[in-house]
Design a protein around this ligand. Structure first.
Ligand code: NAP
Length: 255
């Protein structure tokens, strides 16, 4: 078995299902100790148990954390310090999209929630990780899950698209600011993936067809198809890659 992430601790947010669960499984297969985080403990426990059934020798922790809440993020890192150790790899994957509709109708509650979970959470977790790495003079890798909707107009998903555009900007700035400390920061921009978050889109044949018509494969992705890029960006194979966005979108952006 290859083990590209052996000896590393990987914290994956939004790991109770979908893309985050797929990334956690793929990183465990590559030998990482994985820490699963999302709001609800039962979903995390299910993913942990499924990974352990497949890989009895894996080391998997599951810890609930609402990434949009200051106290919850601080508590997660205090727990990590005590029970797990330094986080070498952070996958900022947890995301939300509460407002599907035109920008003119968005309410501030949905606005705040989208920015807190999709942007403030990833920044704050990245900083909690980087402070420790810099203090301990250790390298690290951050992988932010952005979206093709952060790379242009995203009608009906405008606030979500703004947070994803911002996370790409954040990825670029942190890559330069933290590069000297050996911390690489990259992003993945998935196309349409079959998950609960995308349920309103993948459940609508017309929207799905409009999307898939622009892809090379003429189909939507499965969560597992996003995981390989995350493993690669977190691994030493990507040692000279930072501040980049890998589109895992079957050509959607150029189609
Ligand atoms: N699916 C797509 O087409 C697509 C395309 C491009 C980008 N993405 C991005 O991919 C990432 C993963 O989404 P997904 O499609 O895999 O969705 P998903 O299957 O619905 O999973 C979302 C995950 O985020 C967690 N989560 C939600 N709010 C949270 C919070 N406040 N704090 C901590 N965890 C939270 C959920 O668990 P709990 O309910 O337990 O909190 C769940 O584990 C998101 O950043 C999304 O924007 C998705």
């Amino acid at each position: 078995m290859s083990a590209r992430l052996s000896g590393r601790v990987a914290l994956i947010t939004g790991a109770s299902r979908g893309i985050g669960a797929a990334i956690a499984r793929a990183m465990a297969r590559e030998g990482a100790t994985v820490v699963l985080a999302s709001r609800k403990q039962p979903g995390l426990d299910e993913v942990r148990d499924a990974i352990l059934r497949e890989m009895p020798d894996a080391t998997v922790f599951a810890h609930a954390c609402h990434v949009g809440q200051d106290d919850a993020r601080e508590a997660l890192f205090a727990w990590l310090d005590e029970h797990v150790g330094t986080v070498d790899i952070l996958v900022n994957n947890a995301g939300t999209n509460p407002h599907f509709g035109p920008m003119i109708t968005v309410d501030w509650g949905a606005w705040d929630k989208t920015f807190e979970v999709n942007l403030k959470g990833p920044f704050a977790l990245s900083r909690l990780m980087a402070q420790r790495l810099i203090q301990q003079k250790k390298p690290g890798a951050i992988v932010n899950i952005a979206s093709v909707l952060g790379q242009g107009a995203s009608p009906l998903q405008g606030v979500y698209g703004m947070t994803k555009a911002s996370i790409i900007s954040m990825t670029q700035t942190l890559a330069i600011e933290w590069g000297g400390a050996g911390i690489r920061v990259n992003a993945i921009a998935p196309g349409l993936v079959e998950t609960r978050l995308a349920g309103a889109l993948v459940g609508n044949d017309e929207i799905t067809r409009r999307f898939t018509d622009r892809t090379g494969s003429r189909r939507i992705a499965q969560p597992e198809e996003i995981a390989g890029a995350a493993v690669f960006l977190a691994s030493d194979e990507a040692s000279y890659i930072t501040g980049n966005v890998i589109n895992v979108d079957s050509g959607f952006r150029i189609g």
